[in-house]
Design a protein around this ligand. Structure first.
Ligand code: BGC
Length: 392
């Protein structure tokens, strides 16, 4: 199988684009990310107005619909819903409700992310996830979202990449980076995030039984170098398998894959310094998606998988198409081998703020940072054309 057609994937397969709140909205002045990037000693490029998605979302929705996608993943920013401790902004709740309503009206299934790396500054400054009432405060935020979730949201992602959240303390203090695989998270923080997810999922199921509830795990394709086959499991377990396993009983598990890591004896990453890399510095491995999905399916066989992120930071859109073709063919092969995969969401619809950097462009659509003008790249129409068209 070398060609992709609208018949390569089964009927009913979801074709989506993914966006994150802070990375696209702009002006999230009450968030901890805004605070960090505006410190005088910060080395981050500012997110600032981002790509003004907070105001231009109707245009972004239209780009997805017109290209043929069936699904739309976007984020809700807690710091907009609750900008000060205990104050719920009805205007912000309405804002997100309108996005859900507009998506549904245009035939898109909305998937809503509740926590994508950023938190209200007041929450972080008062202890963040270390607060004794942290889970309760997250549940109160979820309760405030009822009008959004009842407006026609199809799925909720409670936490985006808990395994990256769990290593954020290491990334922030410079003890690790993501260039050569994901560092091993602190087990206590991982266990807390599993508890947080389970509490959020049960609250959502109790109040909004129509919603499909899950979370999105960063899953790399871990490849053992010869002789290290037995080390693979030990390497993968704390990095993602503990989170994948916690998805048992969920309506879906989101798999988010960009690359792979070679694992050597002693369960350590063995990077190949000569391998081609993308603009994020990650090894160019289109077929990592199939390997990651196959492993996720082995770890949590009872939970359907949705690829909630996959894409490439590149300045060359032809390379984006090449990468995504390889990723999708490997995904299809994993499905033929038995993985229960229900959809593919591309990261990202738009070029956006890549956590302190603007150079790594992931968009199917280019964005002019001065005018915010959106210019679709050829990959947008190419990928959208794989989604089944409604009968004319
Ligand atoms: C995150 C996105 C990010 C993307 C590319 C994922 O880890 O969910 O926020 O932009 O990868 O780095």
């Amino acid at each position: 199988m070398t060609d992709l057609t609208p018949h390569t994937f089964p009927a009913g397969f979801a074709w989506g684009v993914s966006l994150g709140a802070h990375q696209t909205e702009g002006g999230n002045v009450a968030s901890d990310a805004w605070f960090r990037e505006n410190q005088p000693d910060s080395s981050l490029e500012r997110c600032g107005d981002a790509v003004d998605g907070y105001h231009r979302w109707p245009e972004d929705l239209a780009l997805a619909v017109d290209a043929g996608f069936t699904d739309y993943r976007f984020g809700i920013e807690w710091s907009r819903i609750e900008p000060a401790d205990g104050f719920i902004s009805r205007a912000a709740v309405d804002h997100y409700r309108r996005i859900v309503e507009a998506a549904v009206a245009r035939g898109l299934q909305p998937t809503v992310t509740l926590y994508h790396f950023t938190l209200p500054l007041w929450f972080t400054a008062s202890g963040g996830w270390g607060r004794p009432d942290a889970i309760d405060r997250f549940l109160r935020y979820i309760d405030a979202l009822a009008p959004v979730l009842e407006a026609g949201a199809a799925r909720v992602m409670t936490i985006n990449e808990p395994n990256i959240v769990a290593v954020t303390p290491l990334l922030r203090n410079g003890a690790a980076d993501l260039q050569d695989g994901i560092p091993a998270p602190d087990p206590g923080l991982s266990a807390f995030l599993v508890d947080l997810h389970h509490a959020a999922a049960s609250r959502l199921r109790a109040h909004h039984p129509h919603l499909a509830v899950g979370w999105g795990v960063s899953v790399q394709d871990y490849r053992a170098i010869p002789g290290a086959e037995d080390d693979l499991e030990r390497y993968a377990e704390p990095r993602d398998q503990v989170f994948l396993r916690a998805s048992a009983g969920d309506d879906y598990v989101g798999v988010q894959t960009y690359t792979g890591t070679r694992v050597g004896p002693g369960a350590v990453a063995v990077p190949d310094r000569t391998a081609p890399r993308t603009l994020t510095g990650w090894e160019y491995l289109p077929d990592a998606l199939g390997g990651a999905v196959a492993r996720a399916a082995r770890v949590v066989p009872s939970t359907p998988i949705i690829v909630t992120e996959n894409g490439i930071a590149t300045a060359d859109d032809a390379q984006r198409i090449e990468y995504t073709t390889g990723a999708l063919l490997s995904l299809r092969a994993a499905m033929v081998d038995g993985a229960d995969v229900r959809g593919y969401f591309h990261w990202s619809l738009l070029d956006n703020w890549e956590w302190g950097h603007w150079a790594p462009t992931f968009g199917l659509v280019a964005v002019d940072r001065e005018t915010f003008a959106r210019t679709p790249r050829p990959s947008l129409a190419w990928l959208g054309a794989l989604a089944p068209r409604p009968a004319a």
